[in-house]
Design a binder for this molecule. Sequence first.
Ligand code: ATP
Length: 354
Amino acid sequence: MLKLENLSVSFGAKRAVRDLSLEIAEGELVCLLGPSGCGKTTTLRAIAGLERPDGGRVCIAGRVLSDAAKVVPPPERGIGFLFQDFALFPHLTVAQNIAYGMTRTQKASDAGRVVALLERVHMRQLAHSYPHMLSGGEQQRAALVRALAPRPRVVLLDEPFSSLDASLRAGLREETVRILKDAGVTVLMVTHDPEEALISADRIVLMRDGAVVQTGTPDALYAAPVDAFTAAFFGAVNRVPGTVAGAEVRTRLGAVANPGFRDGEAVEVLIRPDGLTLSPGGERPGAELHVCSVHFAGASSVVRLSERYDDPGHDHFHARLPGLVRHRAGETVRIGIDPDQSFVFSEKRSRPAR
Ligand code: ATP
């Protein structure tokens, strides 16, 4: 439904988007994820026609919207856009805002659409209110159904939940995804929040420095990251140098399977905090660490570990364990590594062997 071919956008000497190619199937919800300044919003704006690409092509349902020869103006692209600040027109009521993008023919043939959309987001009673009279969550829902009102084939969302309270965010995110899925539209949503992308997306496109690093389902990106950047983007990781020895990669936290590196190759092992297991020390041989501190964090506890209990300058590692833990500062624990939560990358290229 949406196809980007070698899209490039520059601002002077700054190449904000570099040779970005991407295909999104009809009805699919794809999250464009990445750190601040990596080019997510610029990509969205180029698709909407609000930024002029200096190379590449944008197509929707086989129709070219922009390439070297032509540029279709934004209102003629059939795209709905939900901006970060919702951008509701302050002088129009909620109902007028929603009807704004509909054509005269749509309004005539589908007179009940505005009311039906308001009912879908439980806001019928607010039809004649002005945007300043709405809460943040109501503004977000009004902006969402305004984007859907003209029946676009593609909807673009730019950080649609970032201006909302944390307490509202999870509920609205779930409702938004359900409404978009019910509408059957194709969605590209920008976010810098990995959890939001993991929960909402059918597929994630992870960007860095204007280019795509990895594309895949949420579980594929989480379980099989292509490099250290991707692994660490989904949460802090423990990083230790490794030594390749046959079928194993040995580290000071223990050994993990060698995914295919040559003996002697410099590698780094990344282990998620959930991938470190702790058992009583001193009973069997193996890597042992000292517990420096234990922090209860609600559903889980974080145990801070070091090779030397009394040396604050030493490297620290973190284990995240479910619930309350019985470990106490000062004790020695034996470390285990969950193979599914550890990744080996070449130190030079920060890329895996396979
Ligand atoms: P954020 O998550 O912080 O919104 P982003 O990934 O959406 O970041 P963009 O807003 O697309 O990033 O910006 C990509 C790069 O292009 C940045 O270096 C930014 O400073 C630059 N940039 C964006 N818009 C312009 C502009 N109009 N003029 C000059 N440089 C720009």
